[in-house]
Design a protein around this ligand. Structure first.
Ligand SMILES: NC(=O)c1ccc[n+]([C@@H]2O[C@H](COP(=O)([O-])OP(=O)(O)OC[C@H]3O[C@@H](n4cnc5c(N)ncnc54)[C@H](OP(=O)(O)O)[C@@H]3O)[C@@H](O)[C@H]2O)c1
Length: 283
């Protein structure tokens, strides 16, 4: 039996992945902010008569201290982790810049910082597994640049742009992780699912008319979760040999793209370490 942790495992793509491994007989730890969705997960586990293999951890992963709490809980309760799948995201449209109570821009906190903290914080548990994998579901392979002068989009906030920007930061997170993890045992996979019919994806639009248009577009062009997770399952079960790889659905994305620049990755790593200085366990 493998142990898999899925952030955002209570809904959308994360839930699809979590339930796949759960139905296969693995132990599944899902992390989400809504306890109601956690109850639904437990009910589904009960129906499958497998409550013992279902763990829901409630946490607001936009907060550094909550990510740290989850890491400590996982460390104290589980010996090893075979897979970590990073899916937690809030795609809700934000009209204006908003900060978490710890002072980070919300999307930066949830979409990037959380994944940084969990990737490094859960390393110890992953290293105890035979073929450990981290699969970060974001949007690798997009063009565009990192705004080094305003990493958290404080000066010119735009809800959609901050998500695209967050994805570029995740590209660099993957590169830095593979660079810094000298043993190379943990395979880091950046995965772009393209358009998937999740409730979250529709929330990215504010106006009802736009929401309905997007619903229609997603209905026509988007994949259902069951279909969208197929390549994810293949990658998790047979991870590529290199310590870092990136995929847009089934197609491999070239790591020669500018978005995977090694120097930028190290630069972002150093900046992130500085940002996290002062938080316990992050020095
Ligand atoms: N769907 C697409 O078309 C698409 C396209 C490209 C990339 N992606 C990427 O795929 C990943 C999954 O997307 P999705 O569409 O499946 O998302 P989704 O349906 O919106 O689900 C998001 C998940 O994240 C959890 N979550 C939200 N806020 C949280 C918080 N503060 N703390 C902890 N958990 C939180 C949610 O649970 P709670 O509500 O309980 O918090 C839920 O389980 C994301 O990284 C997204 O960027 C998706």
């Amino acid at each position: 039996m493998k142990t898999i942790l899925v952030t955002g495992g209570t809904d959308g793509i994360g839930k699809g992945v979590a339930m796949h491994f759960f139905k296969k007989g693995d132990r599944v730890i899902v992390v989400g902010s809504s306890s109601a969705k956690g109850d639904i997960f437990y009910n589904e586990a009960r129906q499958l008569r497998a409550e013992g293999r279902a763990i829901f951890l409630q946490a607001d992963l936009s907060l550094v201290k909550e990510n740290q709490r989850i890491i400590e809980e996982v460390k104290s309760r589980f010996h090893s982790l075979d897979m970590v799948v990073l899916c937690a995201v809030s795609q809700k449209y934000r009209k204006t810049y908003s900060e978490t109570q710890e002072g980070f821009e919300f999307t930066f906190g949830l979409y990037y910082l959380s994944r940084f903290i969990l990737s490094y914080g859960l390393k110890e548990n992953l290293e105890k597994a035979e073929n450990p994998v981290i699969l970060n579901v974001c949007a690798p392979g997009m063009n565009g640049t990192v705004n080094w002068d305003d990493l958290q989009n404080k000066n010119s906030f735009n809800s959609t742009k901050s998500k695209f920007h967050g994805s570029r930061l995740n590209d660099l997170l993957g590169v830095a992780f593979a660079q810094n993890d000298t043993s190379g045992r943990i395979k880091y996979i950046l995965f772009n699912p393209w358009a998937v019919q999740t409730s979250g994806a529709i929330e990215a639009y504010e106006q009802p008319v736009m929401k309905n248009i997007m619903k229609l577009i997603y209905k026509i062009t988007g994949k259902q979760v069951e279909k969208a997770i197929e390549p994810i399952i293949v990658l998790l079960e047979n991870p590529p040999k290199p310590s870092l790889s990136a995929f847009k659905q089934r197609k491999e994305v070239s790591l020669a793209m500018k978005t995977f620049d090694k120097e930028n990755a190290q630069k972002l790593f150093n900046i992130t370490v500085q940002l996290l200085k002062g938080f316990p366990n992050e020095n």
